[in-house]
Design a binder for this molecule. Structure first.
Ligand SMILES: *Cc1c(COP(=O)(O)O)cnc(C)c1O
Length: 410
């Protein structure tokens, strides 16, 4: 036994006869149903189970919002809308999909720096909550609201004076394009109080892709403290407090699945305290990848098998143009492998160390670098797991002019 770090065990899909089942169907049969490779497949049952398990784990009284930028496929959003309490959008395009899902406008919020006037107009007309990112954005929202005869519903997105430690992506602390610096928020609150805008509360998002309970607890505690401080100078009672999310999933060798036991216990205590200090406020967390990433796979087909100076390459019809994150080029500093399997030889059969690459003429087009997989020949399917978030819409489909992948919800 070597003590080389390994991927966390994959638990979300059954394996029958050593073949991966997605949506209850062996993958080669699903590929026949889809009619082309490469494709993304998202398993609705896996998403439902994840939201159900999360609700069981979290204390009562925490609302769960889905951050749609993780996976904005309309069918996925429709499915998620039936499971969660609200949707968070980051563009007018996402807002249209959110509204199509039937989620009430009162449960939709819109964050993102650089909201254009057209986006603000659409959001205010729809009656959703704007998470304000700056003083200037608020003034534009006011003018647009006056022209429409609709009072904008606003929450202040705060750039906290702390950070979420050990995060895949830090989005707070220090100078940031996101939100209003905590120390400037009292001035914005005063300004909101002078206007007809409907003040709803705070949005405090400090980071993403975190697998450490102690870091999440520390950030949540600091978030509540910051909210209490700012609430003292708010123009009215808080209706909502969005405490961010940041729950991560295991992508790379050595990473463990997040254990929510302590996070939930701490959150339960904080909720009681929050009701005492702020009254009847809706506390929500917003999660993207944690809800959908593990429910999705990216599937491509081996088109060539070759050996170069001792290393076997499986050349597939899929690659970084469809799945930038798995190639390591979506914010990774040191490239690591996503979990990858051969669809019909998941665990058993002959194993071999191979590199899985795509068809693009660039050395960046790697899906698995020297990984042990079940033997695959030309025509066999290769599966990249953990691909239900930041895959299809986070990839440069046009690069090199190959056809786009398909997406299916099964
Ligand atoms: C991207 C984003 C999310 C979702 O992040 P995940 O890591 O997918 O959970 C949530 N909230 C905001 C404000 C974001 O920008």
């Amino acid at each position: 036994m070597s003590d080389k770090p390994v991927h966390a065990p994959l638990i979300q899909f059954p394996v029958t006869d050593d073949c991966l089942l997605i949506g209850g169907m062996p993958l080669d049969r699903l590929a026949a149903q889809v009619g082309q490779t490469p494709f993304y497949a998202y398993d609705r049952e896996a998403m439902s189970r994840r939201v159900h398990d999360l609700r069981e784990a979290l204390p009562d009284g925490v609302s769960i919002h889905y951050a749609m930028k993780a996976n904005p496929m309309p069918a996925v959003v429709d499915h998620m809308a039936g499971l969660v309490d609200g949707l968070d959008v980051a563009s007018l395009g996402e807002l249209r999909i959110a509204l199509d899902s039937g989620m009430p406008a009162a449960e939709i919020s819109f964050a993102g720096p650089g909201k254009g006037d057209t986006e603000l107009r659409g959001a205010i007309a729809a009656g959703i909550t704007l998470n304000l990112e700056s003083f200037g954005e608020f003034e534009r929202a006011l003018r647009i609201g006056e022209a429409l005869g609709v009072a904008p519903r606003v929450a202040v997105r705060v750039n906290p004076d702390f950070e979420l430690k050990s995060s895949g992506m830090k989005m707070s602390g220090g100078p940031k394009p996101f939100g209003v610096d905590a120390e400037q928020v009292p001035d914005l609150l005063r300004r909101i109080g002078e206007t007809a805008a409907h003040f709803r509360g705070f949005h405090i998002f400090s980071g993403s892709q975190n697998l450490r309970p102690e870091s999440l607890i520390e950030a949540q505690n600091a978030t509540f403290e910051l909210a209490y401080r700012l609430a003292e100078v708010a123009p009215g009672p808080l209706e909502m407090l969005n405490i961010g999310g940041g729950f991560g999933i295991p992508y790379f060798p050595g990473e463990q699945r997040l254990d929510l036991t302590e996070v939930s216990a701490n959150l339960g205590a904080r909720l009681g305290e929050c009701q005492q200090r702020l009254g009847d406020v809706e506390v929500m967390i917003e999660l993207g990848r944690y809800l959908v990433a593990e429910a999705g796979v990216y599937v491509c087909r081996v088109v060539d098998r070759k050996v170069s100076r001792g290393l076997t390459y499986l050349v597939t019809d899929g690659g970084l143009h469809h799945h930038l994150a798995a190639s390591g080029n979506f914010g990774q500093i040191v490239r690591k492998n996503y979990p990858v399997v051969t669809a019909n030889q998941v665990k058993d059969g002959q194993r071999e160390v191979v590199s899985v690459v795509g068809p693009l003429c660039t050395p960046l087009d790697i899906l698995a670098d020297r990984m042990e997989l079940g033997h695959a020949d030309v025509g066999d399917l290769i599966v990249v797991m953990q691909s239900g978030a930041y895959g299809y819409t986070a990839s440069p489909h046009l690069f090199l002019g190959h056809p786009a992948p398909l997406q299916v919800l099964v």
